[in-house]
Design a protein around this ligand. Structure first.
Ligand SMILES: [Zn+2]
Length: 288
């Protein structure tokens, strides 16, 4: 039994075929057609045909940006906006003529890291995506736990500050509005009047506001993940997404989390991902 995974991203679509021992047999990347749902369906379908050539027995998993509503089966909360409100899973199943397993990128990330990545030796894993958005996924004994209504692990929309920043989800004070890449950049602009991207901000240590910006980031990161630990008490937390490259999250960030947890023993490992960009496509393979 082979495993075929597809990672549908905003800029690229990647597919990989694994054998039963998770060895990579084939792999290919193409650009994502912009603002055209029909063309996205066509691209995924032809990529699957090409990668699965001469292979009859395989499972097919797709990693999508955004969540799949358990109620309607339609894509919601996606930053690839032409997918919103579409029945992507059903449309692909009809087009390809095969059952499709589908999960959002945070869930695929968590599953990939727990199966092939840095948290392979842990039973209960919380996978975190910190990037343009803030997401999370729960994996228990190498199986995804999406929850009763598919919102298990969505810590990005926990309320961190009542009456805080406005969030696109309709609430205020969500974690995502404080520690996603764009919200950290916005906060920097408020403090300094400068419009800069995160990599530049991170090296602006001589700016008078840098320590304040960093302390607030660490505090919000700490409270956000301490809340998760208080409820889930995972064996390990693995960080992914663009912000997972920030080294101080694994030292001062970890300390900030541990300081807020309600326990006399707090030693939850906070680990950097191993698979990087490839987590989505490998996670998609593991969905069956
Ligand atoms: Zn929100």
């Amino acid at each position: 039994m082979y495993k075929l995974g597809v990672d549908l991203g905003g800029t690229k679509i990647e597919a990989v075929l694994l054998d039963e021992n998770f060895n990579v047999i084939k792999r290919k990347r193409i650009l994502t057609p912009q603002n055209n749902y029909q063309k996205i369906l066509d691209s995924i379908s032809s990529l699957v045909m090409e990668i699965s050539e001469n292979v009859s027995n395989y499972s097919l998993g797709i990693c999508t940006p955004g969540a799949i509503s358990k109620q309607t089966g339609l894509i919601k909360n996606s930053n690839t906006q032409c997918l919103i409100g579409k029945s992507l899973k059903e449309d692909l199943e009809n087009k390809i003529g095969k059952k499709v397993f589908m999960e959002n990128d945070a869930n695929c990330f968590a599953l990939a890291e727990a199966t092939l990545g840095v948290v392979i030796d842990f039973d209960l894993v919380f996978g975190v995506i910190l990037g343009t958005g803030v997401g999370g996924g729960i994996v228990i004994n190498k199986k995804l736990y999406p929850g009763r209504t598919n919102i298990g692990g969505e810590w990005g929309h926990h309320t961190l500050h009542r009456d805080g920043n406005t969030c696109y989800c309709g609430k205020t004070g969500c974690v995502e509005t404080y520690i996603s890449g764009p919200s950290l950049e916005n906060h920097w602009t408020k403090l300094t009047g400068k419009s800069q991207y995160l990599p530049e901000i991170l090296t602006s240590t001589d700016n008078d506001n840098w320590q304040k910006w960093k302390n607030e980031f660490l505090e919000n990161f700490g409270y956000g993940l301490a809340n998760v630990i208080d409820i889930l008490d995972p064996d390990a937390i693995v960080l992914g997404g663009g912000l997972s490259n920030i080294d101080f999250l694994y030292t001062e960030g970890k300390e900030s989390i541990h300081n807020q947890v309600f326990s006399d023993l707090v030693d939850t490992p906070i680990l950097k991902n191993k698979l990087g960009d490839s987590a989505g496509v490998f996670g998609a393979c593991m969905l069956d």
